[in-house]
Design a protein around this ligand. Structure first.
Ligand code: SF4
Length: 126
């Protein structure tokens, strides 16, 4: 199950998109100087599936994309939940983005997102 700490609207995370940004907790990356240590706490915050539909309804007229910041604890059931939530956002006419935070190539399960961290940070690198 995915938990989140914050949801906001931002034009910065995905170039050219106005994104509903969802900060997902449970991050296992342990980056040095982590900018948001609370995101490393497991099951921290509120249950995302209880809130995401309301948030999409609230921001729908202003947003073009849903950006998932984090993949939770990275377990299979969390990946499946992210894919399910992304599909639902796309059915509402929004693009989707995933920043998993790991240094990785696009994995099979990530292909359902319109943008992933790999395509944003590496393919656009000069
Ligand atoms: S990916 Fe983000 S939240 Fe996770 S440890 Fe790194 S800086 Fe912190």
């Amino acid at each position: 199950m995915l938990y989140y700490t914050e949801i906001c609207l931002s034009p910065y995370e995905v170039p050219g998109e106005q994104s509903i940004c969802i900060y997902i907790s449970g991050c296992c990356n342990k980056c040095k100087n982590c900018h948001y240590p609370e995101l490393q706490l497991p099951d921290y915050g509120d249950i995302l599936s209880n809130r995401i539909s309301d948030m999409i309804d609230l921001y729908h007229s202003q947003a073009t994309c849903v950006c998932f910041l984090g993949e939770g604890r990275g377990r299979q059931k969390e990946k499946e939940e992210l894919v399910r939530l992304a599909k639902s956002a796309q059915q509402n006419g929004l693009k989707t983005c995933l920043y998993c935070g790991r240094d990785t190539f696009i994995e099979e399960w990530m292909k359902g997102f319109d943008y992933s961290n790999y395509s944003v940070t590496r393919e656009n690198r000069p």
